[in-house]
Ligand binder design. Sequence first.
Ligand code: H53
Length: 802
Amino acid sequence: MRITKEEFKQRLARKVRNYYEEEISEASNAELFAALSAIVRDGFAPQWRRTRISEKEQKQKQVYYFSIEFLPGTLLKSNLLNLGWLETVSEALEDLGLDLDTIATAEPDMALGNGGLGRLAAAFMDSLASTGYTGNGNGIRYKYGLFKQKFVNGYQKELPNDWLKSQDYWEVRRESKSVLVRFGGQVHMVDDNGWLVPQYEGEEVVRAVPYDIAIVGYQNGLTNTLRLWDAEIPPEGELNYPTIEDRRRIEDITSILYPDDSNYEGRLLRLKQEYFFTSAGLQSILNYYVKEIAKHDFSELPNYVAIHINDTHPALAVAEMMRLLVDKYRVSWDKAWNITVKTMSYTNHTIMQEALEKWEISMMSELLPRIMQIITEIDRRYVENLKNKVSDEVIERTRIIKDGKVRMAHLAIIGSHSINGVAELHTQLLETEVLKDFYNLYPERFNNKTNGITLRRWIQIANPDLSKLLDKTIGKEWRANSDEMLNFEKYLHNSETLNSLKKIKYDNKVKLAKLIKDRTGIIVDPKAIFDVQVKRLHAYKRQTLKLLHILHLYQDLKAGIDHPKRVVIFGAKAAPSYVFAKQVIKVINETANMINNDPDIHDKLKVIFLENYDVTLAEKIIPAADVSEQISTTTKEASGTSNMKLMANGALTVATMDGANIEIKDAVGEDNIFSFGLAKDEVYKYYASKSYHPRNLYENDAVMKRAVDSLIDGTIPNSNSEGQALFNNFLEDNEQFLVLADFSSYIKIQNKLEQAWAQERLWYQMSLVNIAHSERFDVDKTIKRYAKEIWHLNQLKIEKTK
Ligand code: H53
């Protein structure tokens, strides 16, 4: 449905009057936002309904993406863009003397995720709708999103993120679709007409209420659903007289998002969360299937339903599906197992051992007694099936239950027909190292699906000037079909285009410089190199290596050795319980303080650590970046996605050959990226031979020694103990992230980068090549591969809105 400026203005006036009995000119920003989002909701409501009806009519296979995290950020602008209203609305507001960007600041950032995993899940939602598939998200409606980060005396402090306090503008509560989820108690199997069925006693019953969020497809008339579950006390009868304590315990299930990224937090509540949204999701899928698709013929289920397990958190889906099919619908075990495996698929997002969840059998039995019985039976049959086919060692290494623990990745792998990694190197490591026994058993299940990003958000919304330049040079087609972006490379020698690129970057940097000044009081020069590292704070991501480079530059400058002006910009949250990551934050903040206030340095070097990095802040930093720091220890970053967003905005990447960096290099060519550091085989050699002795490197490299020593020699004020902790870590024998091993090659590549910076035309040519080739990481391409090769989906036929 198109909208004209006049129509929009009338609707806005009407909404503001109805809601607040005010004229537009009297409305506050928050009121304008509420009115505007209501108009957008009215705009997509008919197509949301039409999509639901078409799904029922066409009975197309649907995918359900189960994820404990979704990180959509804000939705106003992306909904406007996808409806095809963005330009009209923005201009109409301008006519009224209003500014869309200002109104948009009233929207809370929906931070129901920690980092890459959650952002990817949100990108997949947008992409499924935009590529015309019916796909649904299934997750948790956390009352508190990822904590808000503040720095106090350089230390990270975590504040609650009460994103729902001013109501969520996009969700619809669907009470009629509620289901019950059971925890704890005793379970006995009793005979019912020859079928053993469980009888529960003393269990806790929780009501799962879905809140649906519309996911509007890009100008194609389709709107999908992201379903987030809230835990509530059950209706009367299930729990007779709920006390305040009962209510609190139940509401706690969906109260907080676990703020750890890739690290496994062994908490009962976490397991409760995992079962809660997995069970609720599966129940609602099967309710729909029975009602709308095939009554009780479950053999057809894999032709209508695909269930995706995003990382191990929803791996209980395998056991819960078996429970529902066998206990509730009375399908035989063998048939149910066949259906389950055909329906499930699993993505692994990390090779970090501590992130591969393992639950104590005792905890699982207490909280989920029937599920534990089912897992035990799956494990028993798995072992029995493989006896005499493979060695006992292989069986022991791969079975689900081992050493009193349930290995969730093993449950997901054994119960799925597809297992994928998220970048070529990562998948290769799964096949040859981390999951090699499974790869030998089921080679046909393994495949790679390199991650992607929503170019709509990261270019069209975050960088409107770059979007206009692309329109002007290669035409508007790229907005719907990213392949077209490759044509931008034809402008490699076009001076006007290169100048425009430079101007766009400069203007974006001016805007970011203003934000930095407003938030920190620090003035930075937009002509300096804007060198950006934005991602969760983790030892393996090596913000520490960047810190050593900063200390190196500082000491050079103090010694009269010149470098081009540089502003280093960090954005990163540390998990509240991750001591080392918090020490790194403190040292970076103190280093920043020291450098930013040193009159000798003036504005040659500035270090800015922006608080509370989230999707909204990313949209401001990324378009202004000249340099993208992707410097994880090779083999440790499964893919990375900020690397893709930054390249799409013309930043040049400094990269180890890790995760998707390798594919970025492949796309842009080695002359258009700054790659450095140990190769995969060198890293594994160190690990295998245990021969990494950083102290030798440190003693024999004066430049390195100077930088590392500054952590402990009193150079950096107020961070003695934290500096010492970093120092000790770097010098530890076999330090696993190999920071010092990559130091000198990192310094070298940074010198090369400085030389490239001095050749302005060359720099923007490299930048242009990066923009053109970012099309390879368009999430729509990723999602089409999932749809074709894993989920086997067909597009929904739906009339495009006029
Ligand atoms: O997932 C991203 C990858 C990134 C990886 C990240 C991730 C999490 O954010 C959380 C848990 C986990 O196991 C992995 O670290 O490399 O790009 C999306 O695949």
